[in-house]
Design a protein around this ligand. Structure first.
Ligand SMILES: [Zn+2]
Length: 44
């Protein structure tokens, strides 16, 4: 699930799975759809 977060007066979208930040919600959602399929050993 993508988490919206405020930082440096900007809104960011964080991949809840790996913590990566995106400035575009659709980019974050796209990333996360792949991230969910990642090797579970990579996700702690
Ligand atoms: Zn991710």
């Amino acid at each position: 699930m993508v988490v919206q977060t405020e930082r440096d007066d900007a809104t960011w979208y964080e991949c809840e799975t790996c913590g990566l930040l995106f400035d575009d919600e659709s980019d974050a959602a796209e990333h996360e759809s792949h991230c969910d399929d990642a090797d579970p050993s990579y996700i702690q």
